[in-house]
Design a protein around this ligand. Structure first.
Ligand code: GLU
Length: 492
């Protein structure tokens, strides 16, 4: 696809709750599309449904987008020439536009009472037919309208859906879509309190904000024929539409709060890195067309295209996200990771409150362990033996590595280590090799019991680096304790 015009896209969340994974994916696709074509990415807040407004949701949306690195070019807290970007601050604009439709005959005032509408619905449901407004006020005489207005009868403004029409639009992902206009309700544009509905505000703003492409979740696809007719009634050019595939939970069902529909901030708290979540979200419904999966922001921008967005549902595979996060953890600068880990260390009393993020010993711990952790939270947990002596030993490893002869070897080793003046990992490695040679052992006969003695587990970073990081005193103390443990719990 080649695009001639200047691309302008928008993410238009409603502040009805946290920013969940589906919303973040929509935002991300808009962002990638804008960056790919050197266009603008707008943020617009669709907050005209005051009954669903959730306090605090706005800030969470801003924070989540920023954490993911989805900076908007125009929008709240940023400004821009099409502002304001919060719909509740644009109420006059929608009313003015609705008046234009009244004048041109594309809209009408509906004075039906809530009671009449409720009774209508009830009888429609009883007869099992289509529900929806029966267009009762569509052809009121001008005298009736004048009288109602004079009597201050409350009214809504409805769109006069042109009847007997095929509404056709080309979806950039799904292809040609056709609806019959007769099945569409004469939808409300302006409510009795003068607030616009979603449809009205959305169309007016996409026009006023010069949006060229509407990329949104496919739950909005049934709104699109209404929007297309509205653009037509206004005499405006319609933007291009692309409806992004639905996201399913790992077991193929609908996303629910329990299954994957967590908020972006939940993923942050769960120990995921923004770069990893960014990469993962990009692959929810899109693929580069080759077998790449780990892609940087720049790679994604360069490769992104709507042609490779699949209309098929995307499955949220949390195992894949974890795997991907592990890749990003391994290459993340330790100076960044330590910022997340320090508070946990301090909270657990493993380091003093005054410890510094630039402490090279602490940074070394992160260097050693980040490649062994899939999440930041796991990283904090995995470093425990750098700070506290192991309270127990991995059971399976005890059977294998804490046999009686291990106690002898460890005791011997203790003596050698006690006289070691240099605890640098190279020196320790040399020492182990010499002892093994003199005692006719394999180095593994020493390495495995020592690892278990000093860390409590049978896996981890290079043993000599670990010993160096722990220091002589802790290593000796832990080995001595292991010798006592083996003597009182002979295995094998
Ligand atoms: N406010 C709608 C939402 O919450 C926007 C839908 C659209 O992008 O048109 O998703």
């Amino acid at each position: 696809m080649q695009i001639q015009e200047k691309v302008r896209v928008r993410f238009a969340p409603s502040p009805t709750g946290y920013l969940h994974i589906g919303g973040a994916r929509s935002a991300l696709f808009n962002y990638l599309f804008a960056r790919r074509w050197g266009g603008s990415f707008l943020l617009r807040i669709e907050d005209t449904d005051r009954t669903r407004f959730v306090e605090g949701a706005l800030n969470e949306i801003y924070d989540s987008l920023r954490w993911l690195g989805l900076d908007w070019d125009e929008g709240p807290q940023k400004g821009g020439e099409c502002g304001p970007y919060v719909q509740s601050e644009r109420i006059n604009i929608y009313n003015k536009r609705a008046d234009e439709l009244l004048e041109s005959g594309h809209a009408y005032r509906c004075f039906c009472t809530p009671e009449r509408l409720a009774a209508l619905r009830e009888s429609q449901e009883k007869s099992g037919g289509l529900t929806g407004y029966d267009r009762y006020c569509r052809d009121l005489s001008s005298e009736e309208i004048e009288r109602n207005l004079k009597d201050n009868v409350p009214f809504v403004i409805r769109f006069k859906i042109p009847l007997g029409r095929a509404v056709i639009f080309e979806d950039l992902i799904r292809g040609r879509i056709e609806y019959q206009s007769d099945v569409l309700d004469d939808l409300v544009l302006i409510k009795t309190d003068k607030f616009p509905t979603y449809h009205m505000a959305n169309v007016v703003d996409d026009h006023e904000m010069k949006i060229t492409h509407v990329l949104r979740g496919d739950e909005w696809i049934t709104s699109t024929p209404r929007h297309v007719l509205l653009y037509e009634a206004f005499g405006w050019k319609t933007p291009a539409f692309a409806h992004l595939p639905v996201i399913l939970s790992p077991d193929g069902g609908k996303l629910s709060k329990r299954k994957g529909a967590a908020s972006v901030m939940d993923y942050k708290r769960g120990g995921f890195l923004p770069e990893a979540l960014f990469n993962f979200l990009a692959l929810l419904g899109w693929a580069p067309g080759d077998d790449r999966e780990k892609m940087s922001r720049e790679d994604l921008i360069a490769a992104f295209s709507l042609e490779h967005v699949s209309p098929k549902a995307a499955v949220l595979d949390e195992k894949k996200l974890e795997w991907m996060n592990g890749l990003y953890m391994a290459e993340a600068p330790s100076s960044i990771l330590i910022k997340e880990v320090m508070p946990v260390w301090k909270e657990r009393g493993w380091i003093s409150a005054g410890s510094s993020e630039t402490d090279s010993n602490l940074l070394k711990i992160i260097d050693m362990m980040k490649i062994r952790s899939k999440r930041v939270t796991e990283l904090a947990q995995n470093t425990s033996y750098f700070f506290v002596d192991p309270a127990e030993y991995e059971e399976k490893a005890v059977k294998k590595n804490f046999k009686p002869q291990a106690a002898e070897r460890l005791s011997y080793l203790t003596k050698e280590l006690e006289t070691a003046s240099d605890f640098a990992h190279q020196k320790l490695e040399e020492l182990f090799r010499n002892i093994a040679e003199n005692q006719d052992l394999k180095t593994g006969d020493l390495i495995h019991p020592v690892r278990l003695a000093i860390s409590g587990v049978s896996f981890g970073p290079g043993l000599f680096e670990l010993m160096e990081a722990l220091g002589k005193e802790a290593v000796l103390r832990r080995i001595k304790r292991a010798v006592e443990f083996i003597s009182s719990n002979p295995a094998g």
